[in-house]
Design a protein around this ligand. Structure first.
Ligand code: GL2
Length: 814
């Protein structure tokens, strides 16, 4: 038996340089003189990984041998961001790295930048999963992230000469990827199709085809916890590498078909974001990673046992279902227990319900996944049978509880035609949580009301959070140093509520000025970043105003661009005097799902407004607009610390939480926002006087829908809005072409489902308040500092502690 040793003690810079040289020599096969930044990046990454190995082994051993229940976080997305810098921080090797690469003749930043960002997620949901596994490791909680290693992550976004979004595949694995270790020896077989037959009174699934799920292991180092957890992402391989018979007949294409079919499963991340996409391949992906992961967890916790006692499984691990994507895991665990391990139905159900919990990340009922029963039947016939039986049991249970027939009808998991995954998850797990207080309340009142009426105890809230290591320490070293100076300790990085200690310093003008200087330096740095990356010339003496997030109608990028257009018109018309104009630079960053027509048109409009405004000498120095291409984690880490005003302007009741809002507040931006998602809690904590609130509330929105909403009325009522929309309609931003944005204009004037027009006046009005405060830098920065001081609650460490207490009922390893 291998002795499990303590983690390797920190090395000196010289030793670390030698370790990098060794990697260059023996794994990269280059001399230090030949090495490029990319070589040094790979070598340094492997050297760091080696440092983490002992702690990783120890964490695994303690996880299996100890009596602390582990967490399995099932997520179709993990949007990790670049790894090296974070791994260095958490391994305590940052200083050694800096000196070592300098000794090798490189700049540390060039080595960090040489990493290609993996984009295995769409947006907030995927980034949340990444923050959560960072926090789990940092808190010392044994955990596995389980997901898919997509060969192509979220598409790369560029814009064509007309400002339209162009998507190109993201070939992230084209470069050497030093973090994931592919472990061919711990593979799992995942099967599909075929039929279910009866043999000796037992149902037996005879699948038609199988793929080989091979794990790729990523180390997840905790910050100062000496713990390293595992992110296990599955990649699909074919069992029939090559059909030799077909090949001999020279049918090259046919020869590789089985391989292509199997490997397609892990080929692409669906580029959707909180929308339901009913695609066969997507269900295959979901089942693929969930089935492999469940078998993997049994292998890990019952090593070498043919007949393990799986009634103890819920004491070993608890699975969190990140949205509906992994919910097929519920019937899969039932199948494993009944068909593979001979448990009776009731025992299997008891184990399953105890093992799973579900997080819902949406409020749009149409975004909850519903699968056609025929598709499940074709792909997973045994699972469909199990789902039918679960539904029967469920309906009986509801009848037993005296639930009315029409309510039962509404609640059915299996309707005969389709399977509602959110309902299956709610019934088949122990807890359901929303991701912000308002969202959890609305889940209970609206989206999952029937379920909450019958099973109130299952429902709880866990407000999202973000990791301060990546989004403050790495993204904003200047602010981090100032915080440490202000608090006299850097302990806030593991206990973010300590930031409260900064609140008294908001009264100290000298400290506030230092805080303002950090922001100015971050703006300056971003100007350099934007020049290098996009060739932009940005005036750092303007207010930096940012809206970055996926492009969605409900998020209302339209509202922002209409306000920008209105401001442009006011400057052009001379409605505002030159002295009254507060110079602003507006940044947008947003990817639209490739098939989302209006979202893509909105991007095109923003790009073309940008062209017109930025080239108009009349507004030079007063207003600039930039649609930055390919918003990703790297851009977030650079832009958020430089931002002064953040936009969180979704229609109330539509954004489940948002997590960008938390990152901005923690980096000292003020928010202009609606009472939606986590904005509500941010405002409560930072203080209403330090938050620019506008717009309708959820109740007002609901009332307006009920009364009948007519957007044209608002267009007529506010001349600023009318003028902005008219400028879009009359071709000002399309070289005179009046048709270019006709569908968008028509939608605004006749439908406007998310009530952009109804909120426009309030939004335009609050700009005066924003600008007034901005003209007083000391007051602005005082408020921004109070945002930082009071946002410690929004650490993902706190979210994880809430999950531990309310849902998982486990804790750190001893
Ligand atoms: C989302 C929500 O839209 C967003 O409000 C929330 O912050 C995140 C994380 O909980 O989840 N749901 C979703 O499908 N995506 C999100 O970002 N993609």
């Amino acid at each position: 038996m291998t002795e499990i040793t303590a983690p390797k003690s920190p090395v000196t810079a010289d030793q670390f340089a030698d370790e990098i040289r060794e990697q260059l020599k023996y794994t990269q096969n280059v001399t230090p003189e030949q090495a490029t930044a990319a070589d040094v990046y790979v070598a340094a990454s492997k050297a760091v990984r080696n440092h983490l190995a002992d702690a990783w082994f120890k964490t695994q051993a303690d996880t299996v041998n100890g009596n602390t229940k582990a967490v399995g976080y099932f997520s179709a997305e993990f949007l990790m961001g670049k790894q090296l810098e974070n791994a260095l921080l958490n391994a305590g090797l940052t200083d050694q790295f800096d000196s070592a690469v300098e000794a090798l003749g490189f700049q540390p930043k060039d080595i960090i930048d040489a990493e290609y960002e993996p984009g295995l997620g769409n947006g907030g949901l995927g980034r949340l999963a990444a923050c959560f596994i960072d926090s789990l490791a940092s808190l010392g909680v044994p955990a596995f992230g389980y997901g898919i290693q997509y060969k192509y992550g979220i598409f790369k976004q560029t814009f064509d000469e007309n400002g339209k979004q162009v998507e190109t595949p993201d070939y992230w694995l084209n470069n050497e990827e030093p973090w994931g270790h592919i472990d061919y020896n711990r593979d799992q077989k995942v099967s599909f199709g075929g039929e279910v037959v009866e043999e000796n009174g037992k149902k037996v699934w005879k699948p038609a085809w199988s793929v080989r799920a091979v794990p790729v292991d990523y180390l997840v180092p905790g910050y100062k916890s000496q713990r390293v957890n595992t992110l296990r992402l599955w990649t699909a391989k074919s069992y029939d590498e090559f059909d030799l018979l077909a090949f001999n007949r020279s049918e090259y294409m046919d020869a590789v078909k089985p391989q292509v079919k199997a490997e397609n499963i892990s080929k692409i991340l669906y580029p959707e974001d909180s929308t339901k996409v009913g695609k066969e391949l997507r269900l295959e992906q979901q089942y693929f990673f969930v089935s492999a992961s469940l078998h993997d967890a049994i292998r890990v916790f019952y090593p070498g046992q043919d007949k393990p006692d799986l009634t103890t499984f819920p004491n070993k691990i608890t699975f969190q279902l990140n949205d509906t994507h992994p919910v097929i895991g519920i019937p899969e665990l039932m199948r494993i227990l009944i068909d593979e391990y001979d448990y009776d139905w009731d025992t299997a159900w008891d184990i399953t319900v105890k093992t799973f919990n579900y997080t819902c990340h949406t409020l749009l009922p149409e975004a909850l996944e519903v699968w056609p029963a025929s598709l499940i039947g074709e792909l997973l016939p045994r699972h469909l049978e199990i789902i039918e039986k679960i539904n029967e049991q469920f309906e009986d249970e509801l009848k037993g509880k005296g639930v009315a027939d029409e309510t039962i009808e509404r609640m059915r998991i299996y309707t005969g035609d389709s399977v509602r995954m959110a309902y299956l998850a709610t019934y088949g797990g122990s807890h359901v949580n929303g991701v912000a207080a308002l969202h959890s309340q609305l889940l209970k009142d609206m989206t999952l009301k029937d379920f909450s009426d019958v099973y109130p105890a299952k429902f709880t809230n866990v407000t999202n959070g973000v990791t301060p290591r990546r989004f403050v320490k790495l993204a904003n070293p200047g602010l981090s140093d100032l915080i440490t100076e202000g608090l006299g300790t850097d302990k806030w990085l593991s206990d973010l509520e300590l930031l409260e200690g900064l609140a008294p310093l908001a009264k100290d003008d000298e400290f506030v000025k230092k805080f303002a200087a950090v922001k100015a330096a971050n703006k300056h740095a971003f100007v350099g970043f934007a020049k290098d990356h996009y060739g932009l010339d940005i005036d750092e003496n303007t207010m930096f105003n940012t809206m970055v997030k996926r492009l969605h109608e409900y998020k209302r990028q339209s509202l922002k661009i209409l306000a920008v257009i209105s401001k442009y018109a006011a400057i052009k018309n001379g409605t505002v005097s030159a002295d009254d104009i507060l110079p602003r630079t507006v940044f947008f960053g947003a990817k639209a799902a490739p098939g989302y027509y209006l979202a893509k048109m909105t991007i095109q409009l923003i790009n073309n407004v940008s062209k017109v405004v930025n080239n108009d000498p009349d507004v030079k120095g007063k207003l600039a607009v930039h649609m930055l291409p390919n918003y990703n984690i790297e851009m977030a880490q650079n832009l958020i610390p430089a931002t002064e005003l953040d936009e969180q302007i979704s229609q109330a009741g539509k954004e489940a939480s948002g997590t960008g809002n938390m990152k901005f507040a923690l980096n000292g931006a003020l928010t202009v926002g609606t009472l939606d998602g986590a904005n509500v809690e941010i405002r409560e904590r930072v203080g209403a006087e330090n938050f620019f609130l506008f717009g309708m509330t959820v109740d007002e929105v609901e009332k307006l829908y009920a009364d009948g909403y007519d957007p044209a009325k608002y267009y007529e009522a506010d001349p600023r809005l009318k003028q902005a929309i008219d400028l879009v309609a009359n071709g000002t931003f399309s070289n005179g072409d009046r048709n270019a944005y006709a569908p968008l204009v028509a939608d605004w004037l006749t439908k406007d489902w998310f009530m952009t027009l109804a909120d426009f006046s309030a939004y335009a009005d609050i700009q005066a308040e924003i600008e007034k405060l901005y003209r007083d830098p000391l007051e602005w920065n005082r408020k921004a500092l109070l945002n930082v001081a009071n946002s410690g609650f929004f650490s993902s460490d706190r979210s994880i502690e809430d999950y531990l207490e309310r849902i998982w009922h486990t804790g750190p390893l001893a």
